[in-house]
Each structure stands twice: as C-alpha cells, then as structure tokens.
Design a binder for this molecule. Structure first.
Ligand code: URA
Length: 211
C-alpha cells in the first residue's frame, strides 16, 4: 500500500458502503448513504485542519477556545457529476467551505479524459483543497483533475473517493505521489469497460437515477 494511501475502514462506513453496492438499493437511498458516508469520511480527512485560539465567554468564565482558522477556509472541488454526492455530505459538516467544480468525462471508447468545465475559487495559494469523486477506476479522471489544481499552488491538496481499483491507485500514485488519497475500500480490478469490480456500478447514474 503506497504511503500516501489512507484506507478509512470505520465499521459504519463499511456497512453503509455495502448497502450502496447492493443492486436493489434505490436512488433515494443511494444518495442518502453517499451523503452519510461522505460526512463520516470528511471527519477523518479534515483531522489536521488548522485551528486558532479565540477569546470567548462561557456562562461561567472567559477562555481561549479553538476555532477553525477563518483565513484558511477549506475548498472542496467536486469532479462532476458524481462528486456532487460527496460534496453535499461535506458541506453539511463544513457549511463555510468554498466550492469548485471540474467537469471531466471519460470517452467510452478510448477511456481518455476530456475537460469541459473548470471553475474554482480564486487565490488557492493559502487554502487547503480537497478534491472529491466517488470512484477511482483507471485513475485518469483524478490524475487529470489534479494537474490544473496543482498549477494554482494550494496550501495543501488531497483527494477523497469512496472506492478505488488497484490499477487506479497505482496510476494516481505514479502521477501524483505527493497527493494523499483517502478511500473507503479497495476493490479487486477493472472490467474491460473500465468499471470497478465488484464496485457499485455507475456512481453518477445511481446517484441521479439516470439509468
Ligand atoms: N465510474 C463509476 O461510476 N463506476 C465505476 O465502476 C468506474 C468509474
């Protein structure tokens, strides 16, 4: 397992992920589960967010209390369209986070990545950036998304997914060994269409009910 790979295998996450994988799980349930898992994973991924001290008054005394450093608002970058499901969960936990979107799709024939949208907050230089996409299959999308973000030189950059294939992890770490990758599971392999096995199917279709 590469140094920069973090497997978040909390029992609640594992249980919810199993429910998501089941073919009979409805779109509504799938959406709720992805949101819940994202919230739980975000807890782990953000454990080193910078804090500062602020003087507050409790009912009994004044104290220097920790608060998130406001000038360091987290930026969550969602890879469209399935990243939206993770983004929704994280925004519930961190409502003040800034949001970016990257539109990339895989050409079904070549499996190559085409960028059709890129909009992220300005001045990423003093911000922590978390990129989200539920599936790392070939890794092509994740790898492509990180290059333009790296050009903006964020304070830190990390990637959160739900499921990853060994092929995708290897590709990711070959291109971006400096970017920590967080996942809830590592599956067996890819099929000939680039889907993760056993996986959960097409995350976008299952999230939005488009099939
Ligand atoms: N994207 C998906 O939504 N599912 C896969 O299995 C692979 C890529």
């Amino acid at each position: 397992m590469p140094n920069n790979l973090h497997l978040i295998n909390h029992p609640l996450i594992q249980h919810k992920l199993t429910l998501m994988r089941r073919a009979e799980t409805s779109t509504a349930k799938f959406r709720t589960l992805l949101k819940e898992i994202s919230l739980l994973m975000a807890y782990e991924v953000t454990r080193d967010l910078p804090l500062k001290r602020e003087t507050i008054q409790t009912p009994l005394a004044a104290m220097e209390a920790p608060v998130l450093a406001p000038e360091k608002k987290l930026v969550v970058v969602s890879i469209m369209r399935a990243g939206q499901g993770i983004l929704d969960g994280i925004l519930e936990l961190i409502p003040s986070a800034r949001v970016g979107h990257i539109g990339l799709y895989r050409d079904p024939q070549t499996l190559r990545v085409i960028e059709y949208f890129f909009k992220v907050p300005e001045n990423l230089a003093d911000r922590d950036v978390l990129v989200v996409d539920p599936m790392i299959a070939t890794g092509n999308t994740a790898v492509a998304a990180l290059y333009p973000l790296k050009q903006a030189q964020p304070r830190s950059l990390r990637f959160l997914c739900l499921l990853a294939a060994p092929e995708g992890i290897a590709h990711f770490h070959q291109e971006h060994p400096d970017v920590p990758l967080y996942t809830a599971a590592i599956d067996d392999r890819l099929n000939h269409q680039g889907y993760i096995l056993p996986g959960l199917g097409d995350a976008g279709d299952r999230l939005f009910g488009t099939k």
